[in-house]
Design a protein. Structure first.
Length: 293
């Protein structure tokens, strides 16, 4: 049976998300896949969810989960990358917002809002990464995209330093939130630090340092694949229904299960069996199957 599970890793600043995945990949071997659900820039630290084996097929579901960040911004400064990894330039005599003014604009950035992604991002423009074009001096203007911000909390303010906690959905650029917030106050900002403290149920307090993983302990650190879909409706199957799903067959759809939404199927031991969706004649069919240990 192949190894399958989720690693909740605490990425340090100064390395890429791919560097962290490569640590896991070397331990798992070439025959076992490893990936990550949500890139953290080198400047950032914190929760990096790394599915291993068949659990990599759940990455899209992890990406649906709310993410929480602690970010610090440097007001009155501008950067081409919108963070301190770029060339930071102080503004000449910028306005100094009051705490009351900052609290007053925060509600504008909560809910479904449009955000213009930064030029230095991995988004593609005419088949090329935006950051590759920007590094070559090309003008990059990305179209605004809808994002969801659930909550913004002001944690501390001691000009020019502004500390915020942000809970948001996938696709949100925290450094661009700081940029737009500062612009609404008539100034500019660059992000000076970022920590992702949670992705759904994966919290930084329980995250493991990648440096602590060894050939002897990494498998024991794997969390159940079902944690990656903890936000979906869960259906516990009896032995016969579990057997049918494992064999790719349909089962009757219980009352209350939405046929248009994905449903998580687990066995009596709470092990993930598959992701189900609505089928014909009031049935549920297999969308994705997962081996159980």
């Amino acid at each position: 049976m192949s190894v399958s599970g989720i690693l909740n890793l605490n990425k340090p600043a100064g390395v890429t998300s791919r560097d962290v995945v490569n640590v896991v990949q070397r331990l798992a071997g070439r025959q076992t896949r490893a990936g990550h659900a949500g890139t953290l820039d080198p400047l950032a630290r914190g929760v990096l969810v790394v599915p291993v084996g068949p659990a990599t097929r759940l990455i899209e579901y992890v990406q649906q989960m709310p993410k929480t960040y602690r970010a610090q911004f440097l007001l009155g400064h501008r950067s081409d990358t919108e963070d301190t990894d770029g060339e930071v330039t102080p503004l000449g005599s910028p306005p100094i917002p009051t705490e009351e003014e900052i609290r007053g604009v925060l509600p504008r950035f909560v809910g479904r809002i449009l955000q213009r992604p930064p030029a230095y991002s991995a988004l593609r423009v005419a088949g090329q990464r935006a950051y590759d074009l920007a590094r070559r001096g090309k003008q990059v203007e990305l179209a605004p995209r809808e994002i969801v911000v659930y909550q913004i909390t002001l944690d501390a303010y001691d000009y020019p330093y502004l500390d915020l906690t942000i809970q948001c959905g996938s696709g949100t650029y925290v450094r661009s939130l700081g940029r737009d917030l500062a612009e609404s106050l008539g100034t500019a900002a660059v992000m000076s630090s970022l920590e992702r403290t949670a992705v759904g149920p994966f919290r930084v307090e329980e995250a493991i340092s990648p440096d602590s993983l060894t050939q002897e302990n990494w498998i024991a650190a794997l969390l159940p694949p079902a944690m990656a879909v903890s936000h979906l409706t869960r259906l516990t199957l009896d032995d016969e229904a579990a057997r049918r799903i494992r064999n790719g067959l349909t089962i009757s759809r219980p009352q209350g299960i939405d046929p248009a939404a994905d449903t998580v199927a687990v066995d009596q031991s709470e092990r993930l069996i598959g992701i189900l969706t609505g089928g014909e004649q009031n049935c549920l069919r297999v969308k994705r199957n997962f081996p159980t240990q």
